[in-house]
Design a protein around this ligand. Structure first.
Ligand SMILES: NC(=O)c1ccc[n+]([C@@H]2O[C@H](COP(=O)([O-])OP(=O)(O)OC[C@H]3O[C@@H](n4cnc5c(N)ncnc54)[C@H](OP(=O)(O)O)[C@@H]3O)[C@@H](O)[C@H]2O)c1
Length: 270
């Protein structure tokens, strides 16, 4: 069904993954407020219902789906369920993500596999399921949510940053291979945001350090809306993040030498 306007959001069907809290919840509400028909998914039904209620304040057409996105075999059926309940998905926001804050010498391959499955493979599988419909209709947007963890210093979050780096490279390939199809892939690159992301999960994860510059999730959601309304490949939620990303890319050796100086020999030598 054609969208009501040429706007990439108004009248479109948007599916946001990991939308029971944080950036995903704020993004769902922002998309609803901008006139999208919104599908949200995560595992916690009670928290999804709260987000549905917030979306309804904007009189939005919204549907919630409880799904464990780590169960990759379930995702084809999940995609069909979304299309049946909500309609063909025009905008897919692959927001789901989990941290795994641990030293590289302590993390196990199995734990890294878990992080890769949720942060990288679930966006890949869901995109693979929904992309053919977008191509048939000649229009679609896929926004993958990465992290400044790939653009700053991956201290204690090497596995997480690796999953997001894979997502970034895959999104770039997708964007380039989709040129001329009407479907576009984009990257949103948030920095530290005030969500449940930093809460301790399991006894062996180290706590996240406090960050006085942490953004509100609504600021990141506004950046998502702005990115969708642009033809840019990547978008940031603050100018500082864009500048930091450019600084590291321009001279990774100098950037990481600076980080090592800040961390100090007690950290780098052990
Ligand atoms: N917060 C930050 O500082 C920050 C910085 C940079 C990038 N990011 C990125 O932003 C995205 C959103 O993170 P957030 O900060 O909003 O964190 P959050 O509040 O912890 O939200 C994570 C969302 O993912 C869902 N989720 C986790 N595992 C899932 C699974 N197996 N199946 C289905 N849903 C699952 C959670 O819902 P359920 O538990 O209900 O399933 C929740 O809705 C992530 O990709 C993250 O990497 C965050």
């Amino acid at each position: 069904m054609p969208a009501a306007t040429d706007d990439p959001i108004t009248g479109r069907v948007a599916l946001v993954t990991g939308a029971s809290s944080g950036i995903g919840a704020a993004s769902a509400v922002a998309l609803a407020a901008t006139g999208a028909r919104v599908g949200i998914c995560a595992r916690r039904a009670d928290r999804l219902q709260e987000v549905v209620d917030r979306c309804h304040e904007h009189a939005a057409d919204v549907a919630m789906f409880t799904v464990d996105l780590a169960d990759l075999d379930r995702l084809p059926d999940f995609a069909r369920q979304v299309e049946a309940d909500l309609g063909a998905v025009d905008v897919l926001v692959n927001n789901v993500g989990v941290p795994k804050r641990r030293r590289m010498q302590d993390i196990t391959p199995s734990e890294i596999d878990d992080v890769m499955r949720i942060n990288f493979m679930s966006p890949v599988v869901l995109t693979t399921e929904l992309l053919p419909g977008m191509l048939d209709r000649g229009w679609g947007r896929i926004v993958n949510v990465s992290s400044m963890g790939t653009r700053s210093a991956a201290v204690r979050v090497g596995a997480y940053a690796a999953s997001k780096a894979a997502l970034e490279a895959w999104t770039e390939g997708l964007m380039l291979d989709l040129l001329g199809t009407g479907v576009m892939a984009q990257l949103l690159v948030p920095g530290t945001t005030k969500t449940e992301f930093a809460l301790p999960r399991g006894t062996d994860d180290e706590p996240f350090p406090p960050d006085s510059n942490a953004l509100e999730p609504e600021v990141v959601a506004d950046a998502l809306v702005a990115l969708l309304r642009s033809t840019d490949f990547e978008g940031f939620a603050s100018d500082d993040h864009a500048a930091l990303s450019a600084q590291k890319r321009s001279d990774p050796n100098a950037f990481l030498a600076m980080v090592r100086d800040v961390l100090g020999p007690s950290t780098t030598d052990k």
